[in-house]
Write a protein that binds this ligand. Structure first.
Ligand code: SF4
Length: 306
């Protein structure tokens, strides 16, 4: 049975060999309740990238103050929202003429160097969207746009929001939009924990096979795709469960008195320069400083056409 918070309780009838007939039989709990680890792919990836960053993000309350907003995050959010709203339009209005209004309406302004840079990035993003939607069938059969899918395993209560889930030939296909500086290849699609977990959950939610995952890189107009097998999805799920067990063990160590910096150690690397918590992290202080707009200065200006 489960309680309202989704905790799974393993309940068993305790045998009572010496119980007299006047003693009522009692239900016993033969073990501690096993809580499913409630998570999203990004929560798991956060720990895998750096346990300390996970602690600051998900455990510390109040959380340490984050650094200023990043322009590349503003850009990504703006483009994602414009595309979501484009799919919300009636089919006959899904064309390029709607895009300037949609992008302007939900444009996030934070993190840019100045108005001039922001305007240039807006124009660039509009160009990506116009090129991308020009190649889209507006009547594409969709199972969801920014759709949350959820599933449970023996260890995880998993949920996540996929950018788009297409219905193709009786199957579900996971589509994830990317707006980063560099293009992506099939290894990125194959290795993405998030995409595999979305596929795992979507297969259960929609009761149809979901094996194909795609990364749509808007700046270059390229698609990196991978066809999973049940085995490759199972490997990703197993990896996610291992990460969840590591997190639970670290949280238990913290609760048992292990110092936070030991239970959740730093994992310094290239991500430190872009980490929201670098100001409160000794390892982050060593990393090269990046301006909040640095990542948008070098994004491609338009799709690569063959
Ligand atoms: S600055 Fe680096 S080591 Fe420190 S929390 Fe962030 S990612 Fe981890």
């Amino acid at each position: 049975m489960s309680d309202r918070a989704g905790t799974i309780w393993r309940v068993s009838r305790t045998p009572s060999p010496r119980r007299g007939k006047d003693v009522p039989e009692q239900l016993g709990f033969d073990m501690m309740p096993e809580r499913l680890f409630v998570c999203t792919p990004s929560k798991l990836s956060s720990y895998a990238d750096c346990p300390r960053r996970y602690r600051h993000t998900y455990l510390d309350r109040p959380a340490p103050q984050k650094g200023p907003a990043w322009a590349h995050n503003s850009l990504g959010a703006s483009v994602h929202t414009a595309l979501r709203n484009w799919w919300d339009l009636p089919v006959e209005r899904r064309d390029g003429t709607a895009l300037p209004r949609l992008l302007r309406a939900t444009w996030v302004r934070e993190g840019y160097r100045d108005d001039e840079q922001e305007r240039a990035v807006y124009e660039r993003a509009l160009g990506w969207l116009e090129a991308y939607t020009a190649d889209l069938d507006p009547e594409l059969e969709l199972l969801g746009v920014e759709r949350t899918v959820a599933a449970k395993t023996a260890v995880l209560a998993l949920s996540g929001r996929a950018d788009r889930i297409d219905a193709r030939g009786g199957e579900a296909v996971i589509v994830d939009y990317k707006t980063g500086r560099t293009g992506l290849d099939t290894d990125d699609a194959r290795g993405s924990l998030a995409l595999a977990l979305y596929a795992f959950a979507a297969e259960r939610v929609f009761r149809r096979p979901c094996r194909r995952v795609e990364l749509h890189h808007l700046p270059t107009g390229t698609v990196a795709a991978h066809e999973h097998t049940p085995e490759s999805i199972a490997r990703h799920v197993s990896r996610a469960e291992d990460t969840a067990r590591d997190i639970v063990a670290a949280e238990k160590a913290l609760a048992d008195g292990t110092p936070p910096d030991e239970a959740f150690p730093t994992r310094p690397g290239s991500l430190c320069s872009w980490c929201d918590f670098r100001r409160v992290c000794p390892a982050g202080a060593e990393a090269p400083v990046k301006e909040t707009w640095a990542a948008v200065e070098t994004t491609p200006t338009g799709p690569i056409r063959a």
